[in-house]
Design a protein around this ligand. Sequence first.
Ligand SMILES: Nc1ncnc2c1ncn2[C@@H]1O[C@H](COP(=O)(O)OP(=O)(O)O)[C@@H](O)[C@H]1O
Ligand SMILES: [Mg+2]
Length: 485
Amino acid sequence: MRVALSLRARYTIWIVLILTGLVTSILFVVQRREVRMITEETKNRGVLTARFIANLNLRAMLLWDIETLQSNVEEQIDDNLVYIVFYDRFGRPLAGSRDIRGDRDIFENSRLSPDAGPDAMHVESGMFHVPGRSSRVLEIEIPIFAPESATRWGSVKTGHMLEDMHREVRNVSRILLGLGLAGLAVGLLASFLLGRRIARPIRNLVDGTQKIARGDFSHTIESDSRDEIGELARSFNGMTRDLLDMRERMAEANRKLVQAEKLASIGRLAATIAHEIRNPLTSVNLNIQKVGGSENLDEVEKEHIALCRDGIDQIEKFIREMLDFTRAADLNCDLFPVPQILESSRKILEGVFQKKNVRLDVKAAPDLPPVFVDADKIRQVLLNVLRNACEAVEPGGKVAVVMDTNASSGRPMARIRISDNGSGIPEKDWENIFEPFFTTKASGVGLGLAHARKIIAQHGGTIRVLKKQGKGSLFEIRLPCEEGR
Ligand SMILES: Nc1ncnc2c1ncn2[C@@H]1O[C@H](COP(=O)(O)OP(=O)(O)O)[C@@H](O)[C@H]1O
Ligand SMILES: [Mg+2]
């Protein structure tokens, strides 16, 4: 099974491997050089010592004074110089330290060839054993020549303890190892910190993209770095903004599509109804009127006839509203003062308001510019909204209209606010009431406000419900007043 490693883990592993390899090879090279230097130095020191001993004993050697030679040997050996052996020109031992007299290999054999010149020397390392002591030694043998003579008198072999050298090598190795470990630790710490610096913004990015993938387009990825990761975060944020925008536009387009589909079906339905019902309804209406006009009806029959006529009125109203709503309407625009359109609507509804004893207050700002509209259509809108207001208030209630101007994104707009002190509209229905067939009334059709919105939108305006202080509802209609048209 493949294990998925995080970027940071992979980065750290690589850094550790590279660092370890680097530190190890550097240490290896340095250590080898150090060891070679220490060995060389030990050898040079040993050769110097051997020459010094040869010079010291030259006289005894020339005089063939074996006794002095022997006693010198015993005096001259110390902790570091473990043995000395003198040989004659034929390689036979003349004198040697006591400790190695038993060791035939060391004592009896000269390593130099009989014809070795003044610069010849033999250097070798080996084990040196005496009871209670066993160590590695560096054995050096050099020839002894009489001053200004080409004749070799003999040779001297010295054994130098390598203990010191080994100790020095161990010390150097230990220091190097310590340095290496410290370097490795610093490197690891640095890579850990660097890894975190690199990994954290990437982690943020990954978390952000996961949130966005789950559909949370409002999430923005925080990043203030100027590097590639910051750039990635920024372009990601840009992409989410675009996505969010697109989603909203699609939702809006979808809503419009549904709306258009709904309107189209209402249109087809309305046409069918008009065709199928209108003609028979007209004849039913006529006949009922005829029957109702007869003299021979008693009170109960007259009441029944009246009920029938109410029903027929209701059906006619329904058909009329539906046809109004669906009829493809080309606007027939001209410049009209808003108060004039309102006044004509008020006149039409005067009877309705009076019947319910509802007061209608109208206020208009003095310098209202005219609007370029289809006055019949706008009157239709005002009629629908005012009729709703009248229906919503109790008998004796109040409806108020205020007209003024107000700018929206630099464009002057005529504003008509219609408020009442009636039942009010719950906030959750503020948009629903503009949907076709939304009604809360027993004999309502639910097309009045849908129709109103359609007309206002055709004029490039808006109609909406606003929050109202106190009881009742407040509708606001805004129409662009394009001066100079
Ligand atoms: N001024 C108002 N006060 C309270 N409710 C209102 C008002 N105007 C509209 N409404 C609500 O909006 C609904 C839709 O109105 P509308 O489209 O004119 O259809 P209808 O009047 O046939 O019911 C109404 O049924 C009513 O619930
Ligand atoms: Mg209505």
